[in-house]
Design a protein around this ligand. Structure first.
Ligand code: HEC
Ligand code: HEC
Ligand code: HEC
Ligand code: HEC
Length: 123
């Protein structure tokens, strides 16, 4: 192996290391930070950024549904791998706010866990 090629490999693996570290950092941030990092600005979730009130549509559904859809749509993305597990989006509370589980700037909450045994990890 030529010296030049070895040098290139060191540079390339360092680059990879940085990329892995950056990925780990974004993964630990809260939901709102991960959205902002993808170019989604504060006003796409909020109608008042100072108060932090969430934008609602005419059905009183939160801004989240404008991009991700209502429960019927998100439930299709979270079909459990094990058939005995429960889909977190097939719920019996009707107009349950998404933010009952998904928090913006703090750790999310497993709302169902207040009554059921499912250990949902809410992103
Ligand atoms: C302007 C559009 C938009 C709005 C509003 C929005 N999202 Fe997202 N969301 C995205 C995009 C784009 C992604 C990244 C691509 C993907 O994973 O679908 C994403 C990813 C996610 C993810 C998976 C990735 C992660 O980082 O955890 C969750 C969970 C999520 N959004 C929940 C929500 C919730 C809850 C709200 C409301 C509080 C919301 N989103 C509001 C566009 C939006
Ligand atoms: C009961 C708590 C709870 C509520 C309420 C809830 N979610 Fe989720 N959501 C979860 C959990 C748990 C996951 C992760 C599921 C998984 O990884 O299999 C998730 C994952 C997601 C994802 C990522 C799906 C993917 O592609 O992996 C999106 C987007 C999302 N939720 C949007 C919403 C929206 C929009 C609403 C309101 C209409 C909502 N959620 C309400 C618990 C909840
Ligand atoms: C993906 C949607 C989303 C985005 C983007 C977002 N927020 Fe939030 N924000 C929330 C949710 C949900 C809450 C409700 C409280 C919580 O979950 O922390 C909230 C609450 C707040 C609050 C009330 C105080 C608090 O922490 O509870 C403020 C202030 C706020 N956001 C400011 C901002 C600013 C400034 C930005 C842009 C840098 C931003 N938000 C981007 C979802 C979002
Ligand atoms: C306030 C308490 C409470 C909360 C919170 C709650 N449930 Fe339930 N759930 C119940 C009760 C009570 C029953 C009826 C139990 C029975 O029939 O044995 C039930 C029944 C169910 C059932 C059908 C029976 C079963 O165990 O298969 C499903 C599915 C379910 N809940 C899903 C959810 C999901 C998903 C969430 C979170 C979005 C949730 N529940 C939140 C109280 C709750």
């Amino acid at each position: 192996m030529t010296v030049k090629l070895k040098h290139w490999l060191v540079v390339a693996s360092l680059g990879l290391l940085c990329a892995v570290q950056a990925e780990a950092q974004t993964a630990t941030k809260f939901l709102a930070d991960r959205h902002v990092a993808k170019g989604i600005n504060c006003m796409m979730c909020h109608d008042d950024v100072k108060k932090g009130t969430i934008k609602l549509n005419e059905k009183k559904h939160e801004a989240c549904t404008q991009c991700h859809g209502w429960y019927d749509q998100v439930a299709k993305k979270t079909v459990p791998v094990e058939k005995d597990d429960q889909n977190p989006h097939s719920q019996h509370d009707g107009n349950l706010p998404c933010t009952e589980c998904h928090k913006g700037h703090k750790p999310s909450v497993n709302y169902c866990g207040g009554c059921h045994m499912w250990g949902f990890k809410v992103p």
